[in-house]
Design a protein around this ligand. Structure first.
Ligand SMILES: CCCCCCCC/C=C\CCCCCCCC(=O)O[C@H]1CC[C@@]2(C)C(=CC[C@H]3[C@@H]4CC[C@H]([C@H](C)CCCC(C)C)[C@@]4(C)CC[C@@H]32)C1
Length: 866
């Protein structure tokens, strides 16, 4: 087998090829994989970015002045609210502009490599830019329509008020981001551990997040994602209500269908429900909602929306130890023992998906229904297709607490058809019933078993890769590290889409995006961490010093506090050597090796996991196949005239939630932000000199070189309430009516009580839980890693920092940042064009790992040269 170093040479980057071939079709990632430009083009680009931002702020000011003046003169039912909304949001815009410029200036220092201009600071800048442009769009519509008889004054007023609140909270988030920056070392997106910033969590948690879940939900993403987020958040709010009133997944699904109308009609009510649910709901709510497509009428969705496959079977890998050849020493055998942590040994449920029935696969593995149909149509192939030479082992996401191979079937079937390789997806046991390291052990066991038993999966497994999204990507990397550590064959590549690599309560600029993320709100993320780590959530006022592992200084993984069988099974987090064959091979009944090869004594039989907590693990000695039906199938100034304002300018892009995205490059800031230097900001014309901000930062950067200064980076501070009020009163004398919009970021005292749940714990230092914490030796064993994060995803920084580590260690990697899409985009491939393009990118990565030609001749040899 090729050594990782050998493979590295084979997959080394030729980003120019990639750019040329990928750009037209795969917009989401192509922008961020575009190589750095040089010379005059590069300079022009920097000026473009600076100009764009200047223009947006100028345009906003002009429109605000125009609308403000208009509504002062024309008194109508909503005129007061209009005046106050536009003035308040202008106040926030003025306050945020110098801060934004500061971030634009420092952001390039945090990129993983010069060809990938992406990190959490860039993302925050981008989000603020998008918000400003949406406000411009709404204001321009007001200017265009306000004199018309059919002018929907209430609608536009509510829109502007909503965006005023969003901008207000963005100010607060930028403020928290500055504090994160101040605690971070140069180039590091995560602050140092010794600065465990509880106060940051307090601030972050206490922000009023409702504005992000109402009518502006998902505003940061591309236009085609917005109806999706309106639907999901409506479903989430109605499910939350149904969840508290009913038991049973089906009744809840039906009740939420009935509730959905009111939440669809009332975005503010929806937002309140979601925010309150995120504060209060426990992990079982997430499980129930995230699994909604697995039961009831939605369970057949994938059948209609995705490709048909001939093989789609669920079976169990028996909990029996087996031996494998060592990849390190010829002839040596390594014993692979069944997963045993927490609940004792148990089988692992897997799903085999294959486009066609292949040689070696058991007879009954193809679909009887499909067989009958094909027989009738006379298309039935009597002879199975020959064995494939490749295998994909897939590990699904779901925050470690929910979902299964079934909920990810939609894109897996498409992969099975497009790549035409058997896919084995692992239904690992879920937290909190099965905390770390159970899932990792099961995935590793399934990986090793699949290598050993490849022939019955219809493959010779000459090329094998691991692929996972979100939490599943994390598990894939851990499995690959473990394979290297065990000395067994490592996969030929790992695909990790939007993956968390640091599963602990560490802030970062991109993580601040969870304050507004429709899928991964902060309250839910923190509960996923606690569930996976087996930590008990600390209730306000509760003393955890005696109850938890948090106070333990032992480096050993401590016992999770719930759902723990009486089996004394302790997982040693240190990456020790596995048991070699003949060194006391396991006796599966009572004594068996634990995950690291040490002997464990079982005192009680392993209980079956409760239903809904992962696969039903009854110990079965043979491979069993469950039959499941295979489904066949921008010069403007304040003197600008109204007419000018009505004219569409270069920055007048489609911003309405339901309007088609223009696809203009203005949308995609990342590629324009490559190496953004200090932009000259003299022309903005506002009292707060942005240059002051930049100079201040320059000083800070110089001071940063002083090794004796612990916190070195800082940005200009936000203007105070008084400054904002003065700015507002300068623009208008009118007082707000009815709605009082915040002129300073609002904190909600009710949620402060929940911050107590963020606390460090030794278990959160485990490298198999957080590969970013793995030592160099462990990471060096990894095969090429293909990272596909999303620019607007809370876990973006995880991939950026992981890529930085891999780069430093010489481990081949490829980093392609997907723009404008949310975390979980693979789940939206059948309903969103951009998600489909991003999926194509993942497919091409997989093809490449498997030694095949990429589809459409796109994507050359990608891995960055280190
Ligand atoms: C001060 C700073 C604070 C920082 C705080 C710390 C932050 C910690 C950060 C990282 C730690 C990592 C923790 C774990 C990460 C978990 C990652 C992870 O695995 O997350 C996945 C969780 C499931 C999900 C949300 C997802 C993707 C797709 C989603 C699915 C799409 C459609 C599905 C709907 C139910 C369909 C409904 C259809 C209809 C309208 C009825 C939906 C929403 C189900 C849930 C998934 C990502």
């Amino acid at each position: 087998m090729d050594s990782p170093a050998g493979k590295m040479a084979a997959v080394r980057a030729d980003s120019t090829t990639e750019e040329k071939t990928a750009a037209p079709e795969s917009k989401p990632a192509a922008e961020s994989v575009r190589p750095k430009e040089h010379g005059h083009r590069d300079k022009r680009k920097k000026t473009d970015v600076a100009d764009s931002y200047n223009c947006w702020f100028k345009t906003l000011r002009s429109l605000t002045a125009n609308n403000s003046e208009y509504f002062e003169r024309h008194k109508t039912q909503y005129s007061g609210r209009f005046s106050s909304a536009v003035c308040v949001l202008q106040g926030h815009a003025d306050a945020i502009q110098p801060v934004l410029e500061g971030f634009i200036r420092i952001a390039p220092d945090f990129d993983a490599d010069e060809n990938t201009p992406s990190n959490g600071y860039r993302s925050l800048v981008k989000v603020v830019g998008t918000c400003i442009r949406r406000i411009i769009h709404v204001q321009r519509k007001v200017v265009n329509n306000r004199d018309g008889l059919l002018f929907q004054s209430k609608h536009y007023c509510l829109e502007l008020e909503a965006y005023a609140s969003v901008l207000c909270q963005l100010r607060a988030i930028m403020d928290v981001a500055q504090k994160v920056l101040a605690k971070s070392k140069h180039g590091q997106l995560f602050p140092e551990e010794k600065f465990f910033p509880e106060f940051l969590f307090e601030e972050a948690e206490s922000l009023d997040k409702e504005c992000f879940y109402g009518r502006c939900v998902g505003f940061q993403f591309c236009s085609s994602m917005q109806p999706i987020f309106h639907t999901i958040s409506t479903a989430m709010a109605s499910f939350a209500e149904a969840y508290s009133d009913h038991d049973g997944q089906l009744t809840r699904a039906l009740a939420s269908l009935l509730n959905s109308g009111k939440y669809a009609m009332n975005p503010e009510l929806r937002a309140r429900t979601i925010v309150s649910m995120c504060d209060k709901a426990d992990i079982s709510f997430c499980k129930a909602f995230w699994n909604i497509t697995e039961e009831g009428p939605l369970q057949h969705m994938s059948g209609f929306l995705s490709s048909s496959v001939n093989v789609n079977k669920v079976f169990h890998i028996p909990a029996l130890p087996f031996e494998m050849e060592s990849s390190l020493e010829d002839g040596e055998l390594v014993t692979i023992t069944p997963p045993c942590s927490q609940t004792g040994p148990g089988p692992v449920q897997v799903r085999l998906i294959c486009f066609e029935n292949r040689e070696g696969q058991p007879e009954d593995i193809s679909s009887p229904i499909l067989d009958q149909v094909e027989e009738k149509l006379g298309t039935k192939k009597k002879v199975p297709a020959p064995k494939s030479d490749a295998l994909i082992i897939h590990i699904h996401g779901g925050g470690f607490v929910a979902q299964s191979s079934k909920s990810h079937e939609m894109y897996l079937r498409t992969w099975a058809k497009d790549i035409d390789v058997p896919i084995l997806s692992v239904d690992y046991s879920l937290a909190p019933a099965h905390p770390f390291p159970r899932a990792m052990e099961e995935c590793f066991f399934a990986y090793a078993w699949a290598l050993k038993n490849a022939q019955i999966l219809g493959t010779t497994a000459e090329r094998v890769c691991l692929a996972g999204d979100s939490a599943g990507g994390n598990l894939c990397v851990s499995v690959a590290m473990r394979a290297a550590n065990y000395g067994i064959r490592v996969p030929d590549g790992v695909l990790a889409a939007y993956t968390p690599f640091l599963v602990r309560y560490t802030p970062s600029p991109s993580r601040l995006l969870c304050m507004m993320d429709p899928l991964l709100p902060m309250g839910i993320l923190s509960r996923c961490i606690a569930a996976y780590a087996g930590l008990k959530e600390k209730k306000p006022g509760e003393d955890v010093s005696s109850s938890s592992s948090t106070t333990s200084s032992t480096p050993q993984l401590s016992t999770p506090e719930h759902n723990f069988s009486s089996a004394r099974l302790v997982f040693d987090p240190s990456p020790t050597e596995p048991k070699r064959s003949g060194e006391g091979a396991a006796a599966p009944k009572l004594l068996f090796t634990n995950t690291t090869g040490g002997l464990c004594e079982v005192h009680t039989p392993s209980p079956s996991p409760p239903s809904g907590e992962g696969p039903d693990h009854t110990d079965i000695p043979v491979l069993t196949v469950e039959t499941e039906t295979a489904v066949i199938h921008g010069k403007q100034n304040t003197e600008q005239t109204v007419d000018n304002l009505k004219e569409p300018h270069f920055e007048d892009i489609a911003l309405s939630p339901y309007e088609e995205d223009s696809g203009d490059s203005e949308w995609s800031l990342t590629d324009k932000q490559t190496e953004v230097d200090s932009p000259s900001r003299g022309g903005a014309g506002d009292e707060k000199s942005p240059e002051e901000g930049s100079k201040q930062m320059e000083k800070d950067r110089a001071a940063e070189d002083d090794p004796n200064r612990p916190s070195s980076l800082s940005l200009p501070s936000l203007p105070s309430l008084d400054e904002i009020s003065m700015a507002i009163s300068k623009m208008t004398e009118s007082k707000p009516e009815e709605v009082v919009l915040p002129s300073e970021p609002v904190h909600s005292p009710s949620s402060i009580a929940h911050v107590t749940r963020y606390r460090p714990s030794p278990i959160l230092n485990n490298p198999y839980m957080s590969p970013l914490l793995a030592d160099d030796e462990l990471l060096k064993g990894l095969p090429p890693v293909y990272l596909v994060p999303c620019a607007l995803d809370p876990v973006l920084d995880d991939s950026i920092m992981f890529a930085q580590r891999l780069k430093a260690l010489g481990v081949p990697y490829k980093l392609q940042v997907v723009e404008e899409l949310s975390h979980g985009f693979l789940n939206f491939t059948s309903i969103c064009k951009e998600a489909r393009q991003a999926n194509d990118l993942c497919v091409n990565n997989l093809l490449e790992m498997l030694g095949r030609r990429p589809r459409g001749g796109r994507v050359g040899t990608p891995t960055r040269k280190v």
